[in-house]
Design a protein. Structure first.
Length: 260
C-alpha cells in the first residue's frame, strides 16, 4: 500500500480495526500485530503505535480515567471513529478483507473459526466467511477490552469466555458488532445473562433475579447469589453503553418480563 506523510483513510481504518482488537497495554511498536500492519501499509511500527494511542485519546472509557493518550487525534481519526460507530458490521468486514488483500500471508495465521470448509462455494462461502469475520472481530474486541477476564467472576480461561451481547444480536442490527454492546462473561454467566436471569443496574452492579434467589441449588447459591449488588469489572475501553444496559434490564430480565 503506497504511503506518504499523510495517512490515507484506508490506512486509518485498518489502524482503528486493529485498535479495537488489541488490549490497551499492547498498543506499542513491539507488538507483532502492530509490526505486521506497519509493514503492510508502508508505515513504521512507531507510527502505527502512535496512531493507535491517538485513537485511544478519543475513547471516553480511557479518557475518563485520566489516560489521555497523546492528545494527537486528527480530524481523520475522528472521522474514522464516527464512521465505525455508525456501521460496525460493514467496516469490520471491509477492513478484514482489505487486510487480507494487502497481507495475503496472514490468512494462514487465522484462527480456526475463520476457516471455511472447502466444499462451501459461491454465495454460501461469502456469507459464512463474513459471518465468521464478524464473530471473530466482536469476540476479540470485547475480550481484549476486558483484559481476557469474565467481568463478573474473574475467570480468565479463554476457552470458557464468551463475548456476550447486552442487547441480543437479533434485536439490534446496527450494534451487533459494537464493543460497547458486549460483556466478557464465562459460559455460565453468559447463559444466565442471555436468559435474563441476571442483569445490571445503571451503575453496573449485578442484579440477580427472584427466580434464581428462590433456587436451593448449591451451584446457584455459590455462583450467582454472591454477585447480587456487586459491581462488575469495567473494561479498559468501550465501556458498556448505559442505554444497552437499560434495554437488557427492561426487555430481557425475567423479573421485569413477569411484571409486564
Amino acid at each position: 500500500m503506497a504511503t506518504s506523510n499523510n495517512w490515507t483513510k484506508e490506512q486509518a481504518k485498518l489502524a482503528f480495526h486493529l485498535y479495537c482488537q488489541l488490549p490497551f497495554g499492547k498498543l506499542h511498536k513491539g507488538n507483532r500485530e502492530v509490526i505486521r500492519l506497519a509493514q503492510a501499509i508502508g508505515r513504521t511500527p512507531s507510527a502505527v503505535a502512535m496512531k493507535l494511542v491517538n485513537f485511544a485519546s478519543l475513547d471516553p472509557a480511557i479518557t475518563s480515567t485520566g489516560r489521555k493518550g497523546l492528545d494527537g487525534a486528527s480530524s481523520l481519526d475522528r472521522e474514522v471513529w464516527a464512521e465505525f460507530h455508525s456501521d460496525w458490521e460493514r467496516l469490520a468486514v471491509e477492513c478484514e478483507m482489505l487486510r487480507r488483500e494487502i497481507d495475503p500471508t496472514q490468512i494462514a495465521d487465522e484462527a480456526d473459526e475463520l476457516l471455511v470448509p472447502e466444499d462451501f462455494i459461491g454465495e454460501t462461502r461469502r456469507v459464512v466467511t463474513e459471518q465468521r469475520i464478524k464473530q471473530s472481530f466482536f469476540r476479540r474486541a470485547v475480550l481484549s477490552s476486558y483484559g481476557g477476564r469474565c467481568c463478573m467472576s474473574g475467570v480468565s480461561e479463554s476457552r470458557l469466555l464468551i463475548a456476550s451481547h447486552i442487547v441480543p444480536w437479533c434485536k439490534d442490527k446496527q450494534n451487533r458488532l459494537n464493543p460497547s454492546n458486549g460483556l466478557c462473561l464465562s459460559a455460565i454467566h453468559d447463559r444466565a445473562f442471555d436468559k435474563g436471569l441476571i442483569t445490571l443496574s445503571d451503575d453496573f452492579k449485578v442484579i440477580v433475579s427472584e427466580v434464581l434467589k428462590r433456587r436451593e441449588d448449591v451451584l446457584v447459591q455459590t455462583v450467582f447469589l454472591p454477585l447480587d449488588g456487586r459491581a462488575i469489572a469495567l473494561p479498559e475501553r468501550f465501556a458498556p453503553d448505559p442505554v444497552f444496559i437499560a434495554r437488557h434490564r427492561s426487555e430481557e430480565f425475567v423479573d421485569n418480563r413477569k411484571a409486564a
